[in-house]
Design a protein around this ligand. Structure first.
Ligand SMILES: *[C@@H]1O[C@H](CO)[C@@H](O)[C@H](O)[C@H]1NC(C)=O
Ligand SMILES: *[C@@H]1O[C@H](CO)[C@@H](O)[C@H](O)[C@H]1NC(C)=O
Ligand SMILES: *[C@@H]1O[C@H](CO)[C@@H](O)[C@H](O)[C@H]1NC(C)=O
Ligand SMILES: *[C@@H]1O[C@H](CO)[C@@H](O)[C@H](O)[C@H]1NC(C)=O
Ligand SMILES: *[C@@H]1O[C@H](CO)[C@@H](O)[C@H](O)[C@H]1NC(C)=O
Ligand SMILES: *[C@@H]1O[C@H](CO)[C@@H](O)[C@H](O)[C@H]1NC(C)=O
Length: 498
């Protein structure tokens, strides 16, 4: 009898070993982690966080949608995939992207026999006329429901495997949830699957589902120590007036903050339903579920209005939670990770080979050591003709600024010289950031985040020149790095000089 039981156990184990895992990736749009962006996500915390790993040092290669999404899909730094901004000309579904799109974690898993599904926002220019229209189905996806253009909540077109389908009044996050549940219900044991769900929340215009409107009517914007302060020691764009923001802006910041939370409630419901469907179909134990965002967000920090695009923690740090077979439960992990690590992580967990040109490295999901890492953040500042509203007093060279509108009290959101690269350096006793701007001052900023989590004091002129030189050298090397080995070891760690 005992032998018989033993045999069953052995056979079951062998079968389990052969069974390849499924993957579900949920990617939100502009969800911060620093300003409480995860607070409304009770289901995500319960069904993914408590059942898996919460990464507390998770960053993106660029704090802007399209470049960040291109990094997530390919596992490459921005200087390698060359999607530098949200426009076609900047590589967002431009010609250059179409080459990179041939090698994403989706194409690799699909080639290895996975059934794959994408629903929701892809790259901002996907499906536009200039990018080939919604008839284009990106390689790698067996079932495709990509959103045409940027995130919205109503009045949108989804590409239904290349057939444009317009919807006026179905709340997009709910549609994505239904598609996700339906996709799971359609799966069989015969093929493993990969599913990516990319809802619009909490992106502008911050429209909650009607059932969630006013759910957080008593919530106000987080008044962090860097909220609405005069950022005297920071780069040009942040020194631009008005600073602090006029009081009339403050109710709007509250409104934006609470509306973002309200839009996230439908994502949280989606996660509960997806987990429920995985469980009902008996896939839950063999599925990795990943939750993350394409970039963070600031609301009022350093007297900026509400947006991303800045090198500070609010903008570059994102939520990342992973649960799955064999992973520890309810643990926090401080390993420094980047969104370019997700493609190689998924590829490796699927038991496949990671291509050499991937810059990220697979996350060691069983390791809790913080290790040491220099991570590169790259941002290309935007400027557009006609983006300084005529009611705003600024008389700068046209084409060098972006989004200077009266409704933002004329505070500009971006400028060509808001182009920068940063090293985010994290180790057991190190928590630093060094940034260099491509402006006509060669402006640099450095923060010791261990002592100064709100980045209040730019210490770049107070550190030993050797320290500054070391970071600048790493930055220069990383800006041309390629492949995980090269990008991970730009210089020997000089841990002893700190
Ligand atoms: C969708 O667009 C139409 C036409 O522009 C508009 O009348 C309608 O209010 C929009 N619907 C929603 C839910 O925003
Ligand atoms: C699931 O299968 C049904 C029936 O074939 C189909 O109509 C539906 O579109 C499928 N769902 C997805 C998300 O592919
Ligand atoms: C806000 O409202 C919620 C739900 O009604 C309640 O649980 C919470 O205590 C309130 N918070 C404050 C600060 O009043
Ligand atoms: C986006 O990047 C392209 C290529 O570098 C550039 O020509 C364009 O001006 C950028 N767009 C904006 C709005 O700055
Ligand atoms: C940044 O750009 C603005 C607009 O072109 C210009 O006036 C300003 O001098 C620039 N500042 C730096 C530091 O490059
Ligand atoms: C900025 O750096 C460049 C290249 O190193 C150098 O040629 C230029 O003189 C520097 N400008 C200033 C204002 O320091």
């Amino acid at each position: 009898m005992l032998q018989y039981l033993f045999l069953i156990f052995f056979v079951n184990n062998a079968v389990a070993e052969l069974k390849r895992p499924n993957f579900v990736l949920i990617l939100t749009d502009d969800q911060d982690v620093v300003l409480g962006g995860m607070d409304p996500m009770k289901n995500v915390q319960r069904f993914i966080g408590k059942e898996g790993i919460t990464f507390t040092n998770s960053y993106v290669t660029s704090p802007i949608c399209c470049p960040s999404r291109a990094s997530l899909l390919t596992g490459m730094y921005v200087h390698n995939h060359k999607t530098v901004n949200n426009s076609l000309h900047g590589g967002c579904y431009g010609e250059n992207w179409k080459d990179h799109e041939k090698q994403t974690f989706a194409t690799i898993l699909q080639e290895a026999g996975y059934d794959t599904f994408y629903a929701g926002k892809y790259l901002n220019q996907y499906g536009t006329k200039e990018a080939g229209g919604p008839e284009v189905v990106p390689p790698g996806w067996t079932e495709w429901r990509g959103l045409v253009g940027n995130s919205v909540y109503y009045n949108y077109t989804l590409s239904n495997n290349g057939v444009p389908t317009f919807s006026t009044d179905s709340y997009l996050t709910d549609v994505i949830r239904e598609l996700g549940v339906s996709y799971i219900e359609n799966q069989t044991e015969s093929k493993p699957f990969l599913m990516v769900l990319a809802p619009p929340a909490p992106h502008q215009p911050f429209t909650p589902a009607p059932r969630h409107k006013d759910a957080f009517s008593n919530v106000t914007v987080v008044k962090s120590p860097n909220f609405n302060i005069i950022a005297e020691d920071k780069h040009w764009l942040l020194r631009m007036p008005p600073s602090p923001l006029p009081d009339v802006m403050l109710p709007e910041l509250d409104q934006v903050y609470r509306s973002r939370w309200e839009t996230l409630l439908s994502v949280d419901e989606m996660v509960a339903d997806i987990i429920g469907a995985l469980e009902t179909q008996a896939f839950l134990d063999n599925t990795y579920v990943v939750f993350t965002s394409d970039n963070g967000y600031h609301i009022g920090q350093n007297s900026q209005v509400y947006d991303k695009r800045q090198p500070y923690e609010t903008d570059i740090k994102v939520p990342l939670l992973i649960k799955g077979p064999g992973l520890k439960k309810n643990v926090e992990n401080r390993q420094p990770v980047l969104n370019i690590d997700l493609a190689p992580t998924i590829i490796k967990l699927a038991g496949l080979d990671i291509p050499n040109n991937v810059d990220g490295r697979p996350i060691d999901v069983h390791n809790e050591d913080i290790g040491e890492r220099n991570m590169l953040i790259e941002y290309y500042g935007e400027g557009k003709d006609g983006s300084v509203d005529k009611e705003c007093p600024w008389k700068y060279d046209s084409g060098n600024l972006a989004q200077c509108y009266p409704q933002y009290s004329c505070k500009c959101q971006d400028a060509k010289n808001n182009t920068y690269a940063c090293i985010r350096h994290i180790a057991e006793r190190i928590d630093k950031k060094y940034c260099l701007f491509a402006d006509n001052e060669n402006f640099s900023e450095m923060y010791n985040i261990a002592d100064d989590p709100y980045e209040l004091e730019n210490i770049v002129n107070h550190v030993f020149p050797a320290v500054k030189y070391w970071y600048r050298e790493i930055l220069t090397r990383m800006l041309t790095c390629s492949g995980a080995h090269n990008c991970d070891h730009p210089l020997e760690p000089l841990i002893n000089i700190f």
